[in-house]
Write a protein of this length. Structure first.
Length: 162
């Protein structure tokens, strides 16, 4: 096993976007037939070119097996967040590589990178059907700010500042 964690490179954008689409289909199968969101159709623009975007991948022998990213928060929820907030998204590790600390290492790399780029405010949301997600994010320094009950998914909103 040759595991590396690194900032997304332009030559890995296609593979990373495909990985993100694949994980979306696994986690939210009912969305499989819907139109892809902007960030997935404009991956490089969102996560490499934008000043408020970044993506870290974990690779095993040049194959993306995990990722985490942040992007400019687009106010898609009615929350009172600082204007400069970014949204943490796309955390996923392939099941056979879990329980090795890779998710924590990815997040550490992402937050270190953010600090170097003067990003201070982080928002994310998760869902109760994702095992231990809320606990994991609390361990990363996020605090619960709001729980939203909807027809499709219960949503847990969280925030962190550094």
């Amino acid at each position: 096993m040759a595991i590396i964690i690194e900032l997304l490179k332009p030559e890995d954008v296609l593979q990373a976007a495909q990985f993100a689409i694949h994980t979306r289909q696994l986690l939210f199968p009912e969305l499989y037939q819907t139109t892809l969101p902007y960030d997935l159709t404009h991956f490089s623009e969102t996560y490499i070119e934008h000043a408020q975007g970044a993506c870290f991948v974990v690779k095993d022998k040049n194959r993306v097996i995990g990722m985490v990213a942040y992007r400019a928060y687009n106010n898609r929820f009615t929350l009172d967040l600082p204007l400069e907030s970014v949204e943490v998204v796309k955390l996923f590790i392939e099941p056979e590589f879990r329980r090795q600390g890779l998710a924590s290492q990815l997040c550490h790399a992402l937050f270190e990178y953010a600090a170097q780029h003067n990003i201070q405010y982080f928002y994310l949301h998760t869902h109760p059907f994702l095992p231990a997600a809320e606990y994991f994010w609390q361990k990363q320094g996020f605090k619960f700010i709001h729980r939203e009950l909807s027809q499709n998914y219960d949503t847990i909103h969280m925030f962190k500042s550094i």
